[in-house]
Design a protein around this ligand. Structure first.
Ligand SMILES: Nc1ncnc2c1ncn2[C@@H]1O[C@H](COP(=O)(O)OP(=O)(O)OP(=O)(O)O)[C@@H](O)[C@H]1O
Length: 330
């Protein structure tokens, strides 16, 4: 009798790790400057992945390539196995939403209205229905409002639903950007410096919020300069230096990599050390900047003509990012 020695005892249930976003060999050149050099990165379902690197390393440019604001000079970006179209609103519709380093809210709209804008790609009611305002329109609008309020509850902004976005303190504006991005019901959320300008309490709250987002089944890719935030939060971290991916791995791997320490961290990261103090007073809403962006959004939502000229003239608002996403994210 032949006996089979089983060496394949069922492994412990592996966490769900199917690839969601796959960027392969992405290169982005601006004339003679190569901002992103052959970067490949995968974000799997259930993951929080960090993207770090010194100023000018190409992080935001890479995000812009992922989200259709820029058409990469070379390389491809796919989501759930399908190549993403180089149009921000179609990327959002496919399930990838983002926030911006420079907050881009509709400053003169209420908090609730800002989130409702984010529902845009998930509502089927067309222009005619909106004009006629028939039962389908009212039902869809009621559902959108309900969902928007859920998201405001989730992000802790429900009590500010009727406030103008411009009147929110800075930390809440960042939360509102996240709520608006979530309104497009993404499978992957890209956050560009979500704690910039926040005080330590706000940063900690944002950390909790990102964990809660992940727990809702949304994977997260986050750019951040706050190393404590990144290393607490991320399953994996990729380090960009001069447009190239230097290292990718767990927080431990990245923190102990001598090249990363030399090129970016400067000194070994001390998890117990006090976080660098954030500005005490969170800056107030930039009342001047946001309305301007809003006006631009209305006039030319996809005005980022230089790197992605095919996007120009497309007047659909990219949901989850707001119409302002179309301006160059610099
Ligand atoms: N639209 C553009 N045209 C020309 N150069 C650009 C453009 N966008 C970015 N760059 C350049 O590409 C390089 C990478 O910039 P990027 O903003 O992506 O870096 P980053 O890592 O996000 O920096 P930071 O941490 O300061 O936000 C920089 O040299 C920048 O000046």
């Amino acid at each position: 009798m032949t006996t089979t020695t089983s060496t394949s005892a069922a492994p412990a249930a592996a966490p769900d790790r199917t690839p969601l976003l796959q960027a392969s060999g992405v290169i982005m050149r601006f004339g003679g400057l190569t901002a992103v050099r052959d970067v490949s990165l995968t974000v799997n379902s259930g993951e929080i992945v960090g993207l770090i690197g010194p100023n000018g390393a190409g992080k935001t440019t890479f995000f812009n390539c992922l989200t259709g604001l820029y058409v990469p000079t070379e390389g491809s970006v796919s989501y759930k196995g399908t190549v993403l179209p180089p149009k921000p609103h179609l990327v959002t519709k496919a399930g990838v939403a983002r926030t911006f380093q420079n907050i881009r809210l509709f400053a003169n709209m209420t908090v609730l209205e800002n989130v409702l804008v984010g529902r845009h790609t998930r509502t089927r009611e067309g222009l005619l229905s909106a004009l006629i305002r028939g039962p389908g329109y009212h039902k869809a609008e009621a559902r959108s409002r309900e969902r928007a309020m859920e998201l405001l509850e989730f992000t802790g902004l429900a009590h500010k639903a009727e406030h103008l976005a411009r009147n929110l303190p800075y930390g809440e504006q960042r939360k509102l950007e996240i709520a608006r991005a979530l309104a497009s019901e993404p499978g992957l959320l890209l956050l560009d410096e979500p704690t910039a300008g926040m005080n330590p309490q706000e940063t900690r709250a944002t950390e909790e919020l990102v964990f809660a987002i992940r727990d809702q089944g949304i994977a997260v890719l986050v750019i951040e300069h706050d190393m404590r935030f990144i290393f607490n939060l991320c399953d994996r971290v990729a380090v960009l230096v001069q447009g190239q991916k230097l290292v990718e791995g767990t927080a431990e791997v990245v923190q102990s990599d001598e090249r990363v320490v030399a090129a970016y961290l400067g000194e070994p990261f001390e998890p117990e050390a006090e976080a660098a103090p954030a500005p005490e007073a969170a800056p107030e809403a930039e009342a001047g900047a946001a309305p301007e962006a809003e006006a631009e959004a209305g006039a030319a939502p996809e005005a980022d003509a230089t790197p992605a000229p095919e996007a120009a003239g497309d007047n659909e608002t990219g949901t989850g990012t707001g119409a302002q996403e179309q301006e160059n994210d610099r």
